[in-house]
Each structure stands twice: as structure tokens, then as C-alpha cells.
Design a protein around this ligand. Structure first.
Ligand SMILES: *Cc1c(COP(=O)(O)O)cnc(C)c1O
Length: 412
């Protein structure tokens, strides 16, 4: 690496990194870039260096950083009313429900905060539906999940994770989950029993490294759930809200889940807002007092989410993700060196997977950082390329150009 590309670290950045190390829980290992400002696809560090954000906070800032219209909604609502709890009504929740259900074609929605809470809520709804509607014997409900899943960090969720780092040392875990290989419809069918109440899947596995199942897999899962009378639960917390070039990734296979989970970009990165989208039959099992959240459905969250959904649609971000995503994928394929095993993706949910002996995804990310592009590796060999959905063609080409240079210096 040439000296001109070595980034000088200011005393301010060094001191902030030291303070984090001294006082923080050590559950993350971030790149050593300390960000202070963001606008659109760009973020700036405390040394005023600009970077193109190729992670989008794991797809929570699909609309770009600090989108002015979402900010306006946040500021206006923050000066009016922020939290009532659900003991009382507020004037933002009803229009949020109406707009969200109209946009997604859902009958009902349950607002929560984090993605993991939306997942937990769906698991509770599926079990209750199983006992009360399907007639599964009490305590016998089974939910099928896929190997390689990522659905969040709660005890139940990490309990059915297949990633040792996520689950080791955290047991005992709640029972009632079965793991099958991802993308294998025959294995899913074989695992279904009369006590199966739900099948929880990501339409594309994000944290696993943008794993795209074989065509027809989700359609087969839909058909199996219908035939065996189980709820299909799609976790679209990362794939949803335009990321794959469709509002929801389920659209690529022309199916509808019984429960769909969204979060992350639902509030454009300003605020944690998640939701369970449902048909009447499944959500119908929840009665007053049986589930809730102090912050779920609060007026600030609802106002921000309404604006975040509005700009996603009105500013054509979903179509842009499809168009620019295809261009970026093609460009990345064209610059792939011998170090690259595969470039894959859908829309602007893209991954570059390196050969295991190519010198490491972390090294590539550090090289890209020096060139002004922020990427994060997932596992050891895969780099996700998931910029905000407002990316331009010229910016897509710049990303591919940076990859071209950095891939050429890898060892293979
Ligand atoms: C990020 C993510 C979650 C968890 O969301 P949190 O807001 O971090 O709890 C769940 N499922 C998927 C697919 C995700 O990408």
C-alpha cells in the first residue's frame, strides 16, 4: 500500500477509540473510522474525510443519511408529542397503520421497535395461532427455521441460530424450534408435522452473506405452509423496503407470507421502528393485554416511519435499487479478479465472496476504506455491498472502480 493512502488518525479520533475500548462492552469490532456526519450516500469522519457508505447501517438507511424530509417529520413531531404509551391513543398511529397496510397489502400491523422484537412477536403470534386456531396440543407447537439464519439477538432467537458465536454460552434456550437446511424444499417438507405452526425464513439470508435460495424455494415453502396449515413467516427486516429492487423480496416469487417482518429502513435510520405485517387470521389471536411495548406505535416513531415510507415510494428508490443494482452487480463482476469466488445479489443487496486463500475480506475492507468506501465483511470471506438506494450510476461505477484496484492487490 502506498504511503499516500495511509490514513492519519487525529488525536480526537484516537481518543474516542480509546474511550470506547475502556468503557464499552466489547461486543463489536468496528473499523477504526469515527463518523460524525452523514448526507445521502456519504458519511464524514472526524478528520473530515468523506466516504461512500456501502453498508447503509445493515440496510437501515436505505433512504440515505439524514434524508431532509424524514428529518423534517422527526423534528416537527418531536416538538409536538413523542410518547403516550398505548394506554392512550395518538393521532399518528392510525394513519401509520393505514398507509403501511395499503402499501404492503396487509390486513393488520403490529408496531414494535427493534427487528428482534418483531421476530419475537411473530413467534408468539404463530404459537398462539397454532393452539387457538389450528388446534395444536398445548406446549407442542413447533416452528421451523433455516440453517444460517439471522433473526436478531434475543434468547429465543439465538437459541435457534446455527452460528456458534451467537449462541455459545447463552443457554438454556426455549424449545420448540427445528432447523432445516436453507434453500431445500424437500428438507422443509420432511420436517413438517401436525404440530408445525410456523416456518420462519429470510427471503435472502443477509448476515449469512447474501445467500439467495434456488428459484422456486419460497414458492415451495408457501405451498407447503398452506398444505400443512402452518404460517409462513418471512423476515424482511433486511430484504424489505426496496433493498432487493422490490418493496418486499417475496414479490420476486409472487407469493405472500402470513406474517412479514420489517424494521431497519422502516424509519430511514432515524429511529428504531419495526412491524409485524399480517393477515386477519394470524394477528386476530392477539387480544388486549396479551402483548405490547411501551414505545411500540409511539407518535414520534409513527411520524418518522410515515415519512420514511413516503420518500421511499415517491422518490422512486425501489425502482432505482433494481436499475442501479443490476448495473453495480455487472460492474463488480467485470472487475472481479482471480481472488473473487462469486459476485451475487438482487437489487442493491450484493455480496462479493472471496476465495478463502485470497487474503481476507477484512483486508479488502480496510483497503476500500483508504479509498473512501466503507464496507463491512460478513464472516471471513464475504463483503456486502449494500449502499443507500439513492445511489447514482456514476457512484455505482466508482464503487466498482475501487473494488478493481483493491482486488488486484489481494494475494491470489
Ligand atoms: C438486523 C436483522 C434483524 C434484527 O434487527 P435488530 O433491529 O438488530 O433487532 C432480524 N432479522 C434480520 C434479517 C436482520 O437483518
Amino acid at each position: 500500500m502506498t504511503d499516500s493512502l495511509t490514513l492519519a488518525r487525529s488525536p480526537e479520533a484516537a481518543s474516542l477509540i480509546d474511550l470506547e475500548a475502556r468503557y464499552g462492552a466489547r461486543n463489536y469490532k468496528p473499523l477504526d473510522v469515527v463518523l460524525t456526519r452523514g448526507e445521502g450516500v456519504y458519511v464524514w469522519d472526524v478528520e473530515e474525510r468523506r466516504y461512500l457508505d456501502c453498508l447503509s447501517a445493515y440496510s437501515a438507511v436505505n433512504q440515505g443519511h439524514c434524508h431532509p424530509k424524514i428529518r423534517e417529520a422527526l423534528v416537527a413531531q418531536a416538538g409536538r408529542l413523542t410518547l403516550t404509551s398505548r394506554a392512550f391513543r395518538n393521532d399518528q398511529l392510525a394513519p401509520f397503520y393505514e398507509e403501511l397496510c395499503a402499501l404492503t397489502g396487509s390486513h393488520r400491523a403490529l408496531p414494535m421497535n427493534s427487528g428482534a422484537e418483531a421476530v419475537e412477536s411473530a413467534l408468539k403470534v404463530a404459537r398462539k395461532w397454532g393452539y387457538e386456531v389450528k388446534g395444536v396440543p398445548q406446549g407442542a407447537a413447533e416452528i421451523i427455521v433455516a440453517a444460517g439464519n439471522f433473526h436478531g439477538r434475543t434468547l429465543a432467537i439465538v437459541g435457534f441460530s446455527t452460528d456458534p458465536q451467537s449462541r455459545t454460552g447463552f443457554g438454556p434456550f426455549p424449545p420448540g424450534f427445528k432447523v432445516v437446511p436453507y434453500g431445500d424444499a424437500a428438507a422443509l417438507e420432511a420436517a413438517m408435522t401436525p404440530n408445525t405452526v410456523g416456518v420462519l425464513l429470510e427471503p435472502i439470508q443477509g448476515e449469512a452473506g447474501v445467500i439467495i435460495p434456488p428459484p422456486g424455494y419460497l414458492r415451495a415453502a408457501r405451498a407447503l405452509c398452506t398444505r400443512h396449515r402452518a404460517l409462513l413467516i418471512l423476515d424482511e427486516i433486511q430484504t424489505g423496503l426496496g433493498r432487493t429492487g422490490a418493496l418486499l423480496a417475496e414479490e420476486h416469487e409472487g407469493i405472500e407470507a402470513d406474517l412479514t417482518l420489517i424494521g431497519k429502513a422502516l424509519a430511514g435510520g432515524f429511529y428504531p421502528v419495526s412491524a409485524v405485517l399480517s393477515n386477519d387470521e394470524a394477528m386476530g389471536v392477539l387480544k388486549p393485554g396479551e402483548h405490547g411495548s411501551t414505545f411500540g406505535g409511539n407518535p414520534l416513531a409513527c411520524a418518522v416511519a410515515r415519512a420514511a415510507l413516503r420518500v421511499l415510494v415517491e422518490e422512486g428508490m425501489i425502482e432505482n435499487a433494481a436499475r442501479i443494482g443490476a448495473r453495480l452487480q455487472a460492474a463488480l463482476r467485470s472487475v472481479a479478479s482471480a481472488a473473487v469466488k462469486e459476485v451475487r445479489g438482487r437489487g442493491l443487496m450484493i455480496a462479493v465472496e472471496l476465495h478463502p486463500d485470497a487474503g481476507g475480506a477484512r483486508r479488502l475492507c480496510e483497503g476500500l476504506q483508504r479509498r473512501g468506501f466503507l464496507c463491512k465483511e460478513t464472516h471471513d470471506h464475504t463483503i456486502r455491498v449494500c449502499p443507500p438506494l439513492i445511489l447514482t450510476a456514476a457512484q455505482a461505477d466508482e464503487i466498482a472502480g475501487a473494488f478493481e484496484v483493491e482486488l488486484s492487490v489481494l494475494s491470489r
